[in-house]
Design a protein around this ligand. Structure first.
Ligand code: CTP
Length: 449
């Protein structure tokens, strides 16, 4: 019996796949089809698949062409499979010509003609394109434009900004001169990243027009405003999603899961630090600069509220202002006391510190090295180092790519796949509001004046 093996993602099964499977089957008597796992696809950069593994396997099964279906989970597995299943012929489409010649050592390698004019990538884009308008006053926008290119079915309509000069040169061509309402009419969704005090207006106008919103944190400056926005989104059937990119990093997400299932015992303490030192020029002229708590607070508080919740007994905010007007916090330290735990959050744009995250438990601790908010790596450490474990997950586009994919998927499936719950967003806003109102605040004089 001649055994043939072939591999692929087979997302949104199309005629090209079926032709390939028929040709592969005709090469022998028994066809094994390897379908790539979701994780493996992600690791090899295929991040846009629309169907999960089970649906892709079911579609292959339904063709009746496969005698056996296996899952491809790691690089190099093809060699293992060829030997394990006693394969005579390995085959794939001609788009891969030459890339699997290394298998000639183990079996015959055949590159079959590929069907022209059809691919999963094209089908995904053609299914429907989501038009995304960017409402942004910061140079950060170029990262968004760059990352959007990796997301199938997403088109940037332009940038609406109150601060054209603050945007990078190469982004200026995208700036719209339309009034906001008109700009909204040309989009299905908007990404909002402005000063928090104006965000409420931008977001509520978008939601009122039935546009979905992805918004940098803090969404607004008070819990009441934030609740109003979530209610408006619900009423109009819109997705309102918070854009803290770290929440969408695979590594961060996995460490949360491990902490939640008790890998370090009961969590007793969280220390989270995020700082970046502004250069001297900017420190002298803070016009339009987001302060430390706005820029870093939400990210730094994220693991605290995602692991310990928002029901702390008390908090103390210690602030060191950069200017005499007390408008810009160079450094803010927040301490949360819970019934059985404590958390210490340190943020700053006028100080420099080690940007690490340490989650301490009764049995061990999770250590994420600096800069933890862009992590692709963490360790779980125990008293006996022999038991320590290291974890690595590829981080593409600082988490922005996953954030966009999850936003687009939520809209297309009409199901909010939330990486940041409403409760977490509200807990963050409550602290920001407290900061704004000077509640639970102590000031230190970092300039010694
Ligand atoms: N294939 C083919 N003809 C096509 C598309 C795919 O023969 N028009 C073959 C590929 O060469 C491969 C198999 O089908 O052997 C599975 O390919 P896969 O990568 O899953 O399909 P694509 O449509 O190429 O997917 P994508 O656009 O996501 O890369």
């Amino acid at each position: 019996m001649k055994k043939v093996i072939t591999y692929g993602s087979y997302d949104l099964l199309h005629i090209g796949h079926i032709n390939l499977l028929k040709r592969a089957k005709a090469l022998g008597d028994y066809l094994i089809v390897g379908v790539t796992s979701d994780d493996y696809d992600k690791r090899r950069g295929k991040i846009n698949l629309e169907q999960p593994l089970v649906a892709r396997i079911e579609a292959i099964k339904a063709t009746g062409l496969a005698d056996e279906i296996i899952v491809e989970e790691y690089e190099g597995q093809k060699i293992d499979d060829v030997r394990k299943y006693g394969v005579d012929i390995f085959t794939v489409g001609s788009d891969w010509t030459g890339q699997f010649d290394y298998l000639n050592e183990f079996c015959k390698v055949v590159y079959l003609p590929r069907t022209e004019g059809v691919s999963s990538t094209e089908t995904r884009s053609a299914n429907s394109t989501l038009k995304l308008g960017l409402v942004c006053d910061f140079s950060y926008v170029h990262k968004f434009v760059r990352e959007s290119k990796y997301v199938n079915g997403l088109e940037i309509t332009g940038i609406f900004t109150a601060n054209g000069k603050g945007l990078p040169e190469d982004m200026r061509g995208l700036i719209t001169d339309k009034p906001y309402e008109e700009f909204l009419d040309g989009a299905d969704a908007v990404y909002v990243s402005t000063q928090p005090k104006v965000q409420f207006e931008y977001i509520s106008k978008a939601l009122k027009k039935g546009k979905h919103v992805l918004c940098e944190s803090p969404i607004a400056l008070s819990k009441t405003e934030c609740e109003k926005l979530f209610a408006l989104a619900d009423k109009n059937g819109c997705i309102l999603s918070e854009a803290i990119k770290t929440a969408y990093s695979d590594s961060y997400y996995r460490l949360l899961l491990l902490a939640k299932i008790g890998k370090i015992g009961k969590i007793v303490s969280i220390d989270s630090t995020c700082t970046n030192l502004l250069d001297a020029g900017k420190l002298n002229s803070l016009d339009g600069e987001r302060n430390s708590i706005y820029d870093w607070g939400p990210t730094a508080m994220l693991p605290v509220f995602q692991l310990l919740g928002g029901d702390y007994l008390s908090k103390e905010i210690v602030v060191g202002y950069l200017d005499k007007k007390k408008s810009f916090d160079a450094f803010t330290n927040i301490r949360f006391i819970y019934k059985g735990a404590v958390a210490n959050v340190k943020v700053g744009k006028g100080i420099k510190s080690e940007g690490e995250l340490i989650i301490s438990g009764t049995e061990g601790y999770i250590y994420v090295p600096a800069p933890w908010w862009k992590t692709d790596y963490f360790e779980i450490r125990y008293e006996n180092p022999v038991n320590n474990k290291r974890f690595f997950y590829q981080l593409d586009g600082e988490g922005i790519r996953n954030e966009l994919i999850s936003f687009v998927r939520s809209i297309k499936s009409n199901n909010h796949i939330s990486y940041i719950s409403k409760r977490t967003s509200l807990a963050i806003i409550e602290v920001i509001e407290s900061f704004e109102k000077g509640k639970d605040i102590k000031t230190i004089d970092i300039n010694n004046t």
